[in-house]
Design a protein around this ligand. Sequence first.
Ligand SMILES: [Zn+2]
Length: 333
Amino acid sequence: MEKYIVGVDIGGTWIRVATCTSDLKEENIKLKTTRTLKENKFSIIHTVIQLMSELLSENGIDVNNIIGIGLASAGPIDLEKGELFNNVNLGFKVIPLRKPLEEKFPDIPIYLINDCNGAVLGVHYFEAEEDEKDNLVYVTISTGIGGGVICNGHLMLGKEGNAAEVGHVIVEPRSKITCNCGAHGCWEAYSSGTGVQLRALEAIKEEKLNAEVLLGIVNNDLYKITAKEVFQAAREGDILSQKVVDDCVFYTQIGTGAINNFYDSTSIYFGGAMMKDKEQIISPLIEQFKKNPIKFTINHPPKIKMTVLGDEVGLRGALALVKYKTENNPILL
Ligand SMILES: [Zn+2]
């Protein structure tokens, strides 16, 4: 009998569920995506169960042939309790995941992981080259900044499963800018999508730099400014936007340098919504690490790459998690 794996990726905006044959051949992945419902603390897991049930029936998969469900979610996640806590985007203090899923599918093993830790497994399984697999980092630059780290061939999880919160590395401790997490001067506060948007709005209020091009793009409607418009304006010569983008790049160099100092990585893969403007973020990063890495990292610089898995990287990670768990792969030991 063909065996199957189920993968789930829970994000602030989208929930993705996939089934695949246990060999994880890409062509056998079937997936469904829907918007994340935030009506009550059970909405998320109920959506997951709904999508999963649809996928199973549409593809004629018997529940008894599923070897595991991998659940990657925006964190923080408590792996032991099987729930999310303190998540700022999903809206509830505690969001139960494992228990309701277990009640619905009592005989299937369920494996949880924080989404960025999952994503690095996705890169590891589906994309990374042999020589980079043992020391590999994934960084997402999106609404926030997060990371997943494989060091010496092991996935770093931490005491509850939230190791590698790289976005909250403090790159400017005396900064007046408060991050979502409450600390001052986190990398995320400068270089994430929200960070770029807020820094641009602040700079406009200060009225020190010319923002004519940016304001033209949004017809003087400040509510229309997102990171996308800031990057576009920077390309079109807007002085204020260029300064915000320069800061975004500078702090990304600091953050990436810190990661390499901590983990001595072979390769660091980047992904996330901000990669639509990768030419403005990643190209200067590559350039810096090629020409003058010592300014940002004492260790030999890593290869800087972009994931080809796009939005699916977390979902792929959830699938890979089940495969590695059921094979007792040493990466998870
Ligand atoms: Zn922070």
